[in-house]
Design a protein around this ligand. Structure first.
Ligand code: TA6
Length: 284
């Protein structure tokens, strides 16, 4: 792995002996690249700000302690804080990066003032990328939060992309409205601006494009958010090119339709394991 210029480490690139790689910015602990099978699997907008002036438009921004709008800035402060790099080591077939975020005077002065300790573990293998956060309540009082990994997957064309694993799942449609909706399709497709929260998703969610697929397995995260801004919302975002929406789909693992509560001293680990299935299966 290497840093930018040796002095001010702002990003880290790690790779496995079998050719997969990942890049993470300390800003927001934002994973901004995941290559496996020789291809970039994450989408980062060409207009994304990578200088810490605003959350990265792409990769895997971390949403904590608040999903969406509310008392805190949209999606909370974890994606705009500079995290601390604890370690980056090879463990057999994996490369494992650990980053940490704790409360600071700004967060303690915010509407979510609690003392917390987040340990973010990024584990890269030849065919998988797992991103898991251990959340710890180091306060003297209980607290609750919502959290999500805002994964932007890169796809060749949204028009030939499907999402399996959401059939019979209840969802909230944040564009058309409606809350007691149930997904009827085996394979969900996106033909317009979509912003949905699928609640209590039971199993693996698989994003398929062409003969490739990315499987998303969750660990202690209940929900899946599906988002594509389409042309109209893309035009409203300065850090998202107007012609970029066909090359991405956000399929986001999190717990956002209910809160995670921790008592003082309690921890919970939540996250996702992304698998390049087409690659993994070819290695069988
Ligand atoms: O991906 C779901 C969502 O909550 C959408 O509503 C949209 O706002 C998106 O996140 C991006 O949010 P951001 O604050 O990064 O522009």
């Amino acid at each position: 792995f290497y840093s930018d210029d040796g002095e001010s480490l702002s990003r880290l690139v790690v790779s496995t002996r079998l050719g997969s790689s990942a890049e993470v910015y300390l800003y927001g602990a934002t994973v901004t690249s995941w290559k496996c099978g020789g291809k970039e699997r994450l989408f980062v907008s060409k207009q994304a700000k990578l200088d810490g002036s605003k959350p990265v438009r792409g990769g895997i921004p971390l949403v904590f302690p608040q999903f969406g709008p509310g008392d805190l800035p949209q999606h909370g402060f974890a994606r705009t804080r500079v995290w601390t790099l604890l370690s980056a080591e090879e463990h057999g077939e994996s490369v494992v990066v650990n980053l940490q975020l704790k409360d600071n005077e700004d967060t303690r002065a915010s509407k979510w003032p609690y003392k917390f300790d987040l340990l973010y573990t990024i584990d890269l293998t030849e065919t998988t990328l797992s991103t898991i956060i251990k959340y710890e309540n180091v306060d003297s009082q209980p607290f609750s939060f919502t959290s999500l990994m805002h994964t932007y997957l890169r796809v060749p064309d949204i028009a030939s992309t499907t999402v399996a694993g959401l059939k019979d799942v209840a969802y909230v449609d944040k564009i058309k409205g409606g809350t007691d909706l149930v997904e009827e399709r085996d394979e969900v497709t996106v033909e317009a601006n979509e912003d949905r929260v699928y609640v209590n998703v039971p199993g693996v969610v698989t994003v398929r494009y062409g003969d490739e697929s990315i499987a998303i397995r969750r660990f202690n995260f209940k929900d899946i958010v599906l988002w594509n801004p389409w042309a109209e919302k893309a035009a409203e975002m300065a850090d998202f090119g107007n012609d970029e929406f066909p090359q991405m789909i956000c399929v986001e693992a999190g717990t956002v339709a209910s809160e995670i509560s921790l008592r003082p001293g309690q921890t919970i680990s939540c996250g996702q394991i992304l698998t390049c299935e087409s690659l993994a299966s070819s290695n069988l």
